[in-house]
Design a protein around this ligand. Sequence first.
Ligand code: ZN
Length: 431
Amino acid sequence: MSGSEGRAMRALVERLYPLCRSLTGDGVRETLDVIAERIPLERHQVASGTEVGDWTVPREWNVDEAWVADVDGRRVVDFREHNLHLVGYSRPIRERVTLETLRAHCHSLPEHPDWIPYRTSYYDEDWGFCLRHRDLEALSDPEYDVVIDSRLEDGELCYGELELPGTSGREYVFSVHVCHPSLANDNLSGIAVAVELARWLGARERRNGYRLLFIPGTIGSITWLARNRERLAGLAGGMSLVCLGDPRALQYKRSLPGDRPIDRAAAHVVERRGGHVIDFMPYGYDERQFSSPGARIPYGSLMRGQHGRFPEYHTSADDLDFIRDDQLVDALEALRELVGILEQNRRVKSLVPFGEPQLGRRGLYRTLGGEADPAEASMAMLWLLALATGEHDLLAIAERAGLAFDVVARAADRLRDHGLIEDLPEESASG
Ligand code: ZN
C-alpha cells in the first residue's frame, strides 16, 4: 500500500516538475489539469483586475521564450534549460544591454555557485534572470542581447478546490500552493501529499467536512477568503501543507490561538513521530491569511524543512533528488492519523463510576484478541475508566496515558460496546 502510494506521489511530482508555474498562467492550468486526473477538482477562474480583499488579481503572465546571448549569438542563459532562469513575472524585453546593466538584473548564489536561485517580481514591473554564480562570473563580453518574450495581459487567476462534505457541520481545510516553477519540495511535495490525502478522504465515511485548496501563494488564499466569507463560520481549522519530502523530521507550526483541536491533533501526531511543534508566527503560508482578524480560522502549517531555513530552499537544488518517497508517505500517514483524531475524538463518561468495573467477567482483561500490544490496550482501558468523567476527551486521555490516540480510541469503542462508558460530543471538551 505505502509502496504504491509513494510511487504515485513520486510520479505526480515528476510530471509537475517541468511545468512553469507562477501566480497565474498556463503552468497553473496544466498543473490543475494533471491534479484533476487523480481527484475531482473544481476549477475557479477569477479575472485579472478583480478586487479581492485589499488586493487586486494580477495580470496573467505567460512566457514563450527568454534568453541572454553574447554578440556571437551564443546563448549564455536560456529559460528552456531551466524555468528558474527567468525571474517570475518578468516583463517583456528585447534589447542589447551592457554587461553592467545585465548584471544588475541577474541573481546568483555566490555561496552555492552551481545552484540557480528562484526569484519573482510579482508586484512591480521588472525583468531579470537567475543563474549559476559560476556562469555569471564567466560573463565577460561588453554587451549581451536580452530577449524575454513574455506576456503580461488581462487574463485570470486559476485555482482548484475539492469539497468533501461531512455531517458534523465542522469543516477543515488543507491548502497547498501551485505557484512555484521547478521546485520539488516547495510546492510539489505538498501537492502530491494533498492529492493522495484527498483520494483517501474521498473514499471514507466522514464526520467532518474537508476542503482541499490548490492555490497560488498569498493572492490565492486572499482570493478564496474574499469569495467564501459565508463559509468561514463553519471552518473549524486548517493547515497549509508545505515542504513535506525533504529528509527532515515533521514540524507543525501552531495556529494563532495554538490550542484548538487541529493543533492538539497535529501536536500529538507529529511529536509521536519524533517531530516537533513550533509556535505561530505571522510569516509563512496560508496561515497568514486564514488567521487575519476577519477570518480567525485556527490555521497551522505542516512541514519538514522550514521556509528560508534550509540551504536548498528556493534554489535549483530543491529538485527531484532532494525529496524522498518514504518521507512523502510518512507525511501522508501523519495526516491520516490527524484526520483519524479529528474524526473520532470525543469525551467519554463512565456508566459504572463507583470502583472499577469487573473487566475479566466481560472478557476485557488481558484477553484482547486482535490487539498488537494487549498490555498497552489494557492500559488504555484503565486510563479511560480512570478519566471517564465526561470532562476529558480521548486525545487528552491519550496524552495523559502516553499512548497513541488510536489505541485509546479502540479501547474506548470496546468499553462503549460493553456498556461501560458513554460517548459525549467533543464540544466543550476540556484539554
Ligand atoms: Zn516557496
